[in-house]
Design a protein around this ligand. Structure first.
Ligand code: C2E
Ligand code: MG
Ligand code: MG
Length: 702
């Protein structure tokens, strides 16, 4: 008992009893007591309402005290205050009071300093213990009824003794129905994969007297057959002596969490747009496939597919259509491979196909061919008929590499080479490709810096009027003055710039610089010459092309009629939108348009005829064949006469000899360009060419 004094209320009329109680408690060795005596029962009740009394010592003899009724009155006023009745168990009222909840009784002759304090201490402690127990029970009940976890308990014979409401809901068994039933009836669990009954953690908890861990991946089969994914654990219940008397199992619905986990794993391994395996999963599968191929000594192949000019679809038709096209491509790819193969999206417009088992390299070639053919058919997307082709690089295990990374790199390298050779084709990896790939990367890295470091220059090559020998125009030709390599030809870096997305800013610089130079020469008082500028397909398709051109003309102050844009046939044909509209806009601006390298493409004449162009430039390969091959000669003649009939100016490129010049003159070709007249020159040297023409050259030609 605590050291603070407890306040005892003595209810009884006998002053002598009161005296003996006071004396007994004053001498008490157990605890310290303050005694209040109320001879009148009504006053005693009043005192109890004050809430300060710890225990009541009740003498049931006073006249206004009606035995058990009096006791009931005390209970009502102070339900938590323990009562010790004074009297003998032979008294009916004493027995009644005890039956109605009085904690104990004490004989009148034992109100001494030994017995009384102990009796009081005992009733006070018992009351406190009962209160605490009740509180504990309440707390347990409320907790079990309100927590989200299901709780079920059993006795030693594995019979159900308790279920909380969540357990009732999940098992489908009410507490009453389940009570006393074998646990296996109420709590049926099976393995989610094998569907076999799984070990019940309850038995382990009871037998080994310890908390039994989670049963992984299990399903609870409810009374109605409904299944819930659960996680559970069981703990033994002990009696006061520490003996196991049963077990409690706690379980919860992890269906959503498990589904979310599955979803997260799927997301981490798949591409969101196409739902194909992503780079991670492909790497995994490739590594496994390599291990298998090694064990069974067979071959496998990696196909690296890159879509051709996909960027233009995205730029001209928008990302939504671009995405839909990628999804359509993904579906087509799936139809080209076996179930054991993997098609994955690496990102952007790049796909990797793993052919996990091939008999010979030819099988990979056949698959590649099949894919290329499957892509070609038009893709129907949002009322557009989209055409797309793909280029594939192939590497083979074990010839090209023995690990995933090397095989992918080799396939990638082979793909780049296939692109260089003209796209829409496939190519096996070859040993020396690596060196070329490294070179390519080196050039691309340098190109990123070239603009800011001002490493580009323009050379100018004259075009000559074949009638008069006068210089009638000039073509601006780009050069890269590489800090380590010196002068680099556009053939070495323009295709790389085009693929790397760098050609638009470089082209913008070329156009600006060429127009500025043309205008500067006019300002110096020289005779105006048409300035021809090469425009690559990517620039021509760039949505900002016309806007930038207008800005350049405005800023440089060059009259549009002195600007001529050279476009190749393929640039005109590949345009996804309407090339005619752009050409029409150029015509309205007064800018001239030439078809460059004419004869090397496969453009249909009837198509070109409809386009508003001004000049045809015969490709130098035809000019070089003049006199050497009769067919070459006749082609040149055909182009010249066709150009004339369409009212176009015809320019022969790559004129190198007197004979070629004479032939072109005889055929009535209007203009020529080539080393025979002049190599491309820097602006300062070009300005030194005689404005009146190249008379020396001319004299010797005639
Ligand atoms: P192109 O437009 O057909 O230019 C003519 C090319 O033939 C130039 O090569 C020129 O130096 C070369 N050439 C001129 N006369 C002769 C000759 O008599 N014999 C021989 N064998 N070659 C001759 P270059 O400067 O190396 O340019 C190659 C190509 O690069 C150009 O072919 C053009 O397609 C492209 N290019 C050049 N500058 C630019 C540019 O600023 N932008 C773009 N997009 N492409 C450019
Ligand atoms: Mg050109
Ligand atoms: Mg050309």
């Amino acid at each position: 008992m605590s050291l603070t004094a407890v306040r005892i209320l003595l209810l009884g009329q006998s002053p002598s009893d009161a005296q003996s109680v006071r004396e007994a408690l004053a001498d008490a060795r157990v605890g310290s007591f303050i005694v209040e005596w109320e001879p009148r029962f009504a006053d005693g009740l009043e005192r109890l309402r004050g809430n300060e009394i710890t225990a009541v010592l009740l003498d049931l003899s006073p006249p206004d005290c009606q035995g058990s009724a009096a006791f009931a009155e005390i209970r009502r006023v102070a339900p938590h205050v323990p009562v010790l009745v004074v009297g003998s168990p032979d008294d009916v009222v004493v027995r009644q009071a005890v039956a109605c909840g009085a904690q104990d009784y004490i004989r009148r002759d034992r109100l001494d300093s030994y017995t009384l304090p102990r009796a009081l201490a005992r009733v006070i402690e018992r009351q406190a213990a009962e209160e605490a127990l009740h509180f504990e029970q309440q707390r347990a009940d409320i907790t079990l009824n309100s927590i989200g976890d299901a709780v079920l308990s059993t006795d030693l014979t594995n019979r159900v003794t308790y279920l909380n409401p969540v357990a009732e809901r999940m098992t489908g068994w009410s507490r009453q129905d389940a009570f006393g039933r074998p646990l296996v009836d109420v709590f049926r669990i099976v393995d989610a994969t094998t569907r076999q009954p799984t070990r019940n953690p309850m038995e382990e908890a009871i037998q080994l007297d310890r908390v039994a861990g989670l049963t992984p991946n299990c399903l609870l089969v409810g009374r109605d057959g409904l299944e819930t994914a659960i996680e559970d654990s069981a703990s033994p219940i002990h009696d006061r002596r520490g003996q196991v008397i049963g077990a409690v199992i706690v379980f919860k619905d992890v269906g959503e969490a498990r589904a979310a986990a599955v979803q997260i794993v799927h997301l981490a391994q798949h591409d969101v747009l196409t739902d194909l395996p992503n780079r991670l999963l492909l790497n995994d599968r490739l590594t496994q496939a390599i291990a298998l191929a090694q064990r069974h000594r067979h071959h496998l192949a990696v196909l690296f597919l890159d879509l051709d000019r996909f960027k233009h679809v995205n730029d001209s038709l928008g990302h939504v259509i671009g995405d839909a096209l990628l999804q359509s491509v993904a579906r087509r790819l799936m139809t080209c491979v076996r179930g054991s193969d993997t098609v994955s999206r690496q990102g952007g417009d790049e796909f990797l196909v793993l052919l996990s088992e091939i008999a010979r390299a030819d099988d990979a070639a056949a698959s590649a061919q099949k894919i290329i053919a499957a892509l070609v058919a038009p893709h129907e997307i949002a009322h557009h008929q989209l055409h797309i082709t793909g280029t594939i690089g192939i590497s083979v295990y074990p010839d090209d590499g023995r690990d995933a990374e090397t095989l992918i790199k080799c396939a990638d390298t082979a793909m780049y080479h296939a692109k260089e050779r003209g796209r829409n084709r496939f190519q096996f990896f070859e040993r020396d490709m690596h060196a070329r790939a490294v070179e390519r990367q080196w050039i691309e890295a340098g190109l990123h810096l070239a603009l800011t470091r001002r490493e580009f220059v323009l050379y100018y090559q004259p075009k000559v009027d074949l009638d008069t020998g006068m210089i009638c125009g000039t073509e601006a030709l780009l050069r890269w003055v590489h800090p380590e390599r010196g002068l680099m030809s556009p053939k070495e870096f323009v295709p790389i710039a085009e693929d790397g997305g760098l050609m638009v800013p470089i082209g913008q610089w070329v156009l600006g610089e060429a127009c500025r130079q043309a205008r500067a020469w006019i300002d110096e008082g020289r005779r105006p010459l048409a300035m021809a500028v090469n425009i690559s397909a990517v620039e021509f398709q760039d949505p900002g092309f016309l806007g930038h051109l207008r800005m350049v003309l405005r800023d440089s102050g060059l009259d549009a009629r002195y600007l001529e844009l050279e476009l190749t046939e393929s640039a005109l044909i590949q345009h996804n939108g309407a090339p005619a509209l752009v050409l029409q806009a150029l015509k309205e601006m007064g800018v001239q348009v030439a078809i460059d390298d004419f004869g090397t493409g496969y453009s249909s004449l009837s198509y070109l005829r409809k386009l508003p162009v001004n000049v045809l430039k015969i490709d130098q390969s035809f000019v070089h064949e003049i006199s050497a091959v009769p067919l070459g000669t006749s082609l040149v003649c055909a182009v010249i006469s066709m150009g004339k009939s369409l009212g176009l100016r015809v320019v022969a490129e790559g004129v190198e000899t007197k004979e070629q010049l004479a032939f072109l003159q005889a055929e009535g070709c209007a203009e020529g360009q080539g080393f025979y007249f002049s190599r491309p020159l820097v602006a300062g040297q070009f300005a030194l060419l005689p404005e009146t023409g190249l008379p020396v050259v001319w004299a010797s030609a005639n």
